[in-house]
Design a protein around this ligand. Structure first.
Ligand code: NAP
Length: 427
């Protein structure tokens, strides 16, 4: 067997294009340009390259960015003061302090000083707490939580390549706060059964061989051998190791690709996703600032966000409104190519009802498109259903005016429904 090579570069490019379009929209509709500030302390050559590449990405996407360079012997207080300045600056929606930092500076204190709403690296304990406490991936997406960029990128790759996570055995080798731990939490939120392995794990090869999804976040060149891999598994290699032979990952790629079902190369795999996810997080932080998105997180953190008007949203009004909205959407999506509509519906069904949805689809392959709609509409009173409509609307490139009107209606409905669901404890 030869594995499918997961092309992180291509997916990353796709995300950047999406971010660029949404950045233009945010700018056009709200006059807001996403802003990202970098703090680079010292002259570590690798850090300089990383910051330069991130700043370049900002420029190509139309972001505002600035880099504060500080000498190697800068005190922790000075870095904290700079962070505070950026926390107050309305042009800045994201702050990134490039790690590693010189010895006199505590990375933990630095991360903690960044305002959680500007923590686009997703490393602040508050943000880690939020996504760790979320029940499931859908909730994380719905609340638009800021996730650590590299683990988030991995989840996007699994999704883009249609790799099933629910019910699968996942083994993450590495337990760092930046790598292994958040990756494990995100896999858990997607219903994998997760094991975290580390340097003290006994029988590591055997533990890894159990994995349908194997993630290596170790920092040891070519450490994961062919024998560690279950045939057909998805292997995600986060390691970046500079060797005399060039850049290599933690996985012995050449041998592993003969056994794995999917595998990420190094370079061009997981690492290629990190910058795009950083850009996506920064855009999201700016969108939240624009008050476009409603979520529990936002009402906690952004005083400027208008509260949804739920007091007037009587039940029957809502039912009527969602009913008429659904009809408009059905008419509208009629020109979307059938395969796109069907795949969106299938994704939604699987998401909303898990294996029940999947079995339903399997047993009813002959269902007509209308029947799919009828089935999908069953849960339309839930906010996630409106999200599904929203995705369908976005699939149709035609009829710009109606599309904008529908998106606006979907967004408003999501706010009202989301607020009601939150208020009633998710019931
Ligand atoms: P780290 O903090 O050094 O953590 C390494 C982890 O690997 C630790 O949990 C360690 O276990 C475990 N480990 C070490 N030797 C092991 C062994 N022999 N068997 C099993 N586990 C072992 O490193 P990190 O920050 O997580 O980074 C890991 C790698 O990912 C590095 O190559 C880094 O460059 C790369 N990385 C890439 C990106 C990106 O693509 N953008 C982002 C982050 C990291 P113990 O806890 O028991 O010591």
């Amino acid at each position: 067997m030869t594995a499918t090579i997961i092309d992180g570069k291509a997916v990353s490019q796709e995300i950047k294009e999406e971010v660029k379009v949404l950045t233009e929209k945010l700018n056009r509709e709200h006059g807001i340009t996403p802003g990202l500030a970098f703090i680079l302390v010292g002259d570590n050559p690798a850090s300089q390259v990383y910051v330069k590449n991130k700043a370049k990405a900002c420029e190509s996407l139309g972001f505002y960015s600035l880099t504060e360079k500080m000498p190697e012997d800068t005190s922790e207080e000075k870095v904290l003061a700079k962070i505070d300045e950026f926390n107050q600056d309305d042009r800045i929606h994201g702050i990134l302090v490039q790690m590693p930092l010189p010895k006199q500076i505590s990375e933990y204190r630095i991360i903690e000083a960044i305002h959680p709403s500007k923590d686009v690296d997703g490393l602040h304990p508050f943000n880690i707490g939020l996504f760790s406490a979320a029940k499931a991936w859908d909730e994380i997406m719905e609340k638009r939580l800021l996730l650590p960029c590299t683990p988030y990128g991995m989840m996007v790759l699994l999704d883009k390549y249609g790799i099933e996570v629910t019910g699968k055995r996942a083994v993450v080798v590495g337990r760092s706060n930046l790598g292994g731990k958040p990756t494990a939490m995100l896999l858990l939120s997607k219903n994998a059964t997760v094991t975290i392995a580390h340097s003290r794990t006994a029988n590591l090869a055997a533990v890894c061989r159990e994995a349908d999804i194997l993630v290596a976040v170790i920092g040891k060149p070519l450490f994961i051998k062919k024998e560690f891999i279950k045939p057909g598994a998805a292997v995600l290699d986060v390691g970046i190791n500079r060797t005399d032979g060039g850049l290599v990952g933690d996985v012995d790629f050449e041998a592993a690709k003969e056994v794995a079902g999917w595998i990420t190369p190094v370079p061009g795999g997981v690492g290629a996703m990190t910058i795009s996810m950083l850009m996506r997080n920064t855009l999201m932080a700016a969108e939240k600032k624009a008050g476009e998105i409603n979520s529990k997180y936002e009402t906690l953190n952004s005083k400027q966000t208008p509260k949804p008007e739920i007091q007037n949203a009587k039940k029957y009004d809502l039912e009527e409104r969602t009913e008429s909205f659904s009809k408009r959407v059905i008419d509208f999506v009629n020109d979307v190519p059938k395969d796109i509509v069907d795949s969106e519906i299938i994704k939604q069904l699987v998401r909303s009802s898990g294996s029940v949805g999947a079995n339903y689809i399997e047993a009813n392959e002959s269902l007509s498109r209308k029947d799919y709609f009828m089935r999908a509409k069953i849960s339309r009173k839930e906010a996630k259903e409106t999200r599904y409509w929203l995705r369908l609307i976005k699939c149709n490139p035609a009829q710009e005016e109606e599309r904008s009107a529908l998106i606006q209606e979907a967004t408003e409905l999501m706010k009202i429904l989301g607020a009601i669901i939150t208020k009633s404890g998710g019931k």
